[in-house]
Design a protein around this ligand. Structure first.
Ligand SMILES: [Zn+2]
Length: 289
């Protein structure tokens, strides 16, 4: 678990010393990829020792991620290199590589990717058009006029619509073949999370829901979302699917879900453990929480 130690971000001298300490480690980001190692389907983050790779640390914008039990952690973005040959490990997209990762590993790499991507994309001030400079250890950018820009996080809801012993699972066209998940959508300006849950459910499957209940949240910086999951009770069963957004939507019973989780059935599958959808659907299947 990492302590973000936000109070250190405004202290360049402390950051400089931390970066040069023998305990400093770097999380390397290259475009939309993170550096990972290990065999099999659970890659592990590869953390580079900062003082062993001094070429990665000098004269660069380095994001301070925080401190863990072993020392300070920084993220460095090498996206400007055309062809990066990392000293250890391989570069992979966390959306795929992170599917079965422990949550702490996933969150560390996701934070590095999100902040590096935001700094890379956010070049000009929205108010005056001036160039923005790196500030606050990567958590702010500032133009010559002093206008400040902070990393954005866009809230999105995930909704498990339930009625008695069944819930609604749906397929978006971009899903891998056979995968079904809960409903999802972005929060609009001026909208509460509860109203968003009701609107998205009505839009996607034509069902009105009562009293959405918050379940859990997860940072999902692909590129800059925060997912918030809800369980909501349907007032009726008839599904009227939005066939632009969804290519299938159906009621699934707890027994069918348990068969899927326990691999007795291969009719369909649900998102991997790292997706917030997994514990949401699993919790319903086993009547947890
Ligand atoms: Zn400005």
């Amino acid at each position: 678990m990492i302590d973000r130690a936000a109070h250190r971000r405004g202290h360049p001298r402390w950051l400089d010393e931390a970066l040069r300490s023998e305990h400093a480690r770097l999380v390397l980001v290259w475009r939309d990829r993170n550096l990972v190692g290990g065999e099999g389907r659970v890659p592990t983050p590869v953390l580079l020792s900062a003082h062993v790779h001094p070429d990665l640390t000098v004269d660069r914008e380095v994001v301070f991620l925080g401190v863990d039990a072993h020392g300070p952690l920084f993220a460095v973005d090498l996206s400007e290199r055309d062809d990066l040959q990392p000293p250890d490990g391989r570069l992979e997209d966390l959306r795929m590589a992170g599917a079965f990762m422990p949550r702490d590993d996933f969150d560390l790499l996701a934070t590095a990717r999100g902040l590096c991507g935001w700094n890379r994309r956010t070049r000009y001030c929205e108010r005056c058009g001036g160039a923005l400079a790196f500030a606050n250890a990567g958590f702010k950018r500032v133009c010559a006029e002093g206008h400040e820009v902070f990393p954005r996080t866009d809230p999105a809801v995930m909704i498990l619509v339930t009625r008695g012993d069944r819930c609604v699972l749906a397929r978006q066209p971009r899903f891998p073949p056979g995968m079904f998940s809960a409903l999802a959508g972005f929060v609009e300006p001026g909208e509460s999370l509860e109203d968003c849950v009701k609107r998205e459910t009505l839009e996607e499957v034509g069902i009105e829901v009562d009293a959405p209940r918050y379940a859990a949240s997860q940072g999902w910086p692909f590129p800059q979302s925060l997912m918030l999951s809800f369980v909501a009770e349907a007032t009726r069963e008839t599904i009227t699917r939005d066939d632009e957004e969804l290519e299938d939507a159906r009621w699934v019973s707890r027994a069918e879900l348990r068969d899927v989780f326990e691999k007795r059935s291969r009719d369909f599958f649900v998102p991997p453990p790292m997706s917030l959808a997994h514990p949401l659907i699993r919790g319903f299947a086993y009547e947890e929480g």
